[in-house]
Design a protein around this ligand. Sequence first.
Ligand code: GLU
Length: 561
Amino acid sequence: MDTKKLAELLFPNVDKTPADMEELYPRRNLPEGAKVTRFAPSPTGFVHFGGLFPSTVAERLAHQSGGVLFLRIEDTDARREVPGAAEALIKTLATYGVNFDEGAILDESGKVSDKGIYGPYKQSLRGPIYHVFAKQLVAEGKAYPCFTDASELEELLSVNKKEEIKNTDWQAEAEARREQMLKAREITMEEVEKNLAAGNPFVLRILADGDGERKIKFTDLVKGNMEIPENDEDFVLLKSDGIPTYHFAHAVDDHLMGTTHVIRGEEWLPSLAKHIQLFRYLGFKLPKFLHIAQIMRLDENGNKKKLSKRDMGANMDDYTEMGYCPEAVCEYVMTLLNSNYEEWRMQNPDKPYTDFPFNIKKMSVSGCLFDFAKLEDVSKNVISKMDAEKVTNEVTAWALAFDKPFGEVLANNKDMAKAIFSIGRGGKKPRKDLATWKDAKGYMGFFFDEFYSVETEYPEKFSREDIKAVLSEFVEGFDMSDDMNVWFDKIKAIAEKHGYTTDMKAYKADPDAFKGNVADVSMFIRLAVTGKMNSPDMYAVMQILGKDKVTERITKMANTL
Ligand code: GLU
């Protein structure tokens, strides 16, 4: 078969050569060690937590090495495309610290446009580029058209050869189809011409030269050394509409765009042999690969399950609504990504996470466990280190978006909100009350009458008379100018007077000897003032609420007893 002639017949309009492409997209001139990474999502919906993962790795590796991070939109499957998804994705990733230097970016009007000389960065616009390389493969006898029932063969090629075919019928069927495929290789020029003249569509297949019995040695930077069977499958390069498959587009794009490290989900590992073959056929240097394990979660029975799209915590947009701050999510992602991150954080409490020397070798080979409790913990730490101004602004902005009445109260009482969020902030051991902005209302809403309510009753065991007496005596003696010691001495005096000891040792030794202790007395006052059993520091609370409000609440409570 005259493969050059075949190439002309199949791609009569392609007049460029691979060499032209190399010239058009020159090798990058970067300092030694600089990594070029990319995120290459299909714009099919929201950003999944499992997508933030590889994109954060790509971001860290590129920016830590003085390299380039670019975004390529893999929109070759138009049926799955969701309008606006690319725009939303760029915004969401930016929220979580993944900012692209190049590729698909948002222009001033908020539309996706290209930045950089290696574009277009949307695969659907790269058709002519793929065809140049497709033509070369045909000319070199490494690819051939397949006019036989394309849909049937398509199905055949979705058979994952890595998976053991247990069902023998299946095996027989696969064999039969393989034979059919081998026959398709034998297509003659005459048949090609006839089909083309009839306007029959064709898919372009690679002519595999591998032997499935032989193994290729391969080193994945995350998974380590492995041996994978050679590719012996004539997989599709171009679909009948001329659009490339993932495999073909991946090879052409990552080569021309100068990707040094391909970071992607481990679901691509079974296709790796195809990619290795394709890079070799095309004469491209194989980039390095990091195949990232799936994120797992624990189900109700404590079994590990893949974090699926429908799971709580999968959609990154949910985090905003749940009130998680991006700083906390990034911090959490880092703890999952590198096993020594938390240790580093302990030694470097105030540095941005971008100062952490991210190390591929410290990545989990088998998969990380997504855990909301851990995220909460990390988040409490992160928020405890923020200053009151920031917390006030963030809580207010969140509440205005998701809990308007609360947001408006905060916005109208900014100074007071800031004073409240200052309680217990700063210093060596800041309070860790908030894991999310949503937690703020439960924590400090009681300051405002709109959100004050008495959540619980006084425990039965305390006499109502005692409580009443404590409350009225406290109000009588309450003086805003008292310092904390004087203030507390007054509470202690009231406690002693009513048989509630201030001697905690004595109380512990023999609780029955007393009606209670000073903590119980404080609780009487706390419940009246805040409506809660737990609250921020009472002295600070009262300083912010002021004499009138404290008196009003305590008196009101006393009157109900
Ligand atoms: N579009 C592919 C995906 O979303 C990209 C995989 C890759 O990064 O190469 O899975």
